[in-house]
Design a protein around this ligand. Sequence first.
Ligand SMILES: N[C@H](CCC[C@H](N)C(=O)O)C(=O)O
Length: 281
Amino acid sequence: MSEIILGKYHGVGNDYLIFDPKKNDVVLNERLIRQLCRRNIGVGADGILYGPVMEDKKIKVRIFNPDGSEAEKSGNGIRIFSRYLKDAGYVKERQYYLTTKAGETLVTFLDDAGNCMRVDMGYAVFEAEQIPALGFEGEVVGESIFFCDNFYNATCVSMGNPNCVIMLERVDREKALHLGPYVENAKYFPNRINMQLCQIVDEKNIQVEIYERGAGYTFASGTGACAAAAASHRLGLVEDAVTVHMHGGDLFIEFEKDGRIFMTGPVVYIGKITVAEQFFA
Ligand SMILES: N[C@H](CCC[C@H](N)C(=O)O)C(=O)O
C-alpha cells in the first residue's frame, strides 16, 4: 500500500512539510499540496519542501505554498530543508550550497545537531523591474502606494521572491489580516507579492507582521524578515545588525558593508508523519 512519509519542521513558527521523492512513490501535484497543507482536514503547514532533487551535481529543493504556487525562495524553508538533509544523512559538511529556484545559497550549520543555521541570503534588490512592480520608475523605496483604503509608505524588495514592506507606527496581526490580501493581489504586482508590516522598535530591533503570497498570515518568514530589515536599513532606520521580532520568534539579520545579507535562526524538528493512502487517493 503506498502511503506518504513526510517530515515536519518549523522555523520560528513557520512550519513546512518535507516531501522527499526518494522516500515516496506518490506523485506530488497541486491538489495534493493544497490538501496536505490544510490545517483542519489535512496535515497542516505553511508550505511543502520537495527534495532533494539532484541537478548538475547540485542539491536542489522546490518550495511550494499552500495554494500550490511555487516560490523562488524561502528563508525558513532553506534552514528547515538543510536540517532535513543533515538528519537524513544527505549532508555531513558544516557548510554546503542549497539551490532553489532563485539560485544557490550558502548554508552554515552553527551546531552539530542542526538546531541553528546562518544563511547567506544574498542582496536585497529594490529595482521595480526586478520585483516585479508595475507603474514605478527605478527603485521602489519609501513610496506612497494606495492599497485598499489608504496610501501607505511602501518599499518593494526582491530577496529572490517579491516583498512589499509597509512601515507603520504600530503593527499587529489584525492589520496584517486586513491589508494582506489587498497587497498580495494588488494590480502593481504581476507575480503577486509577500507583505510585511514593519514597526521600528529601535536601531537594532524591528517588529514585523507577515502576510505571505500563497499562504496568508504566517508566524514568521525568513525572506520577509530580510526584506523588512533591508527596507529599514535602506531608509536609514536601523544599524548593520537587526533582530527581527515576529509572532513566532526572532531572526537575526546582518548586513555586510557591500549590502550582502546574512540570516541566523533556529529549526525545530516536529516529527515524521505517515499519510494514509485513502487521504490522497
Ligand atoms: N510565500 C513565499 C515563500 C515562503 C517565504 C517564507 N516562508 C520564508 O521563510 O521566506 C513566496 O511565495 O514567495
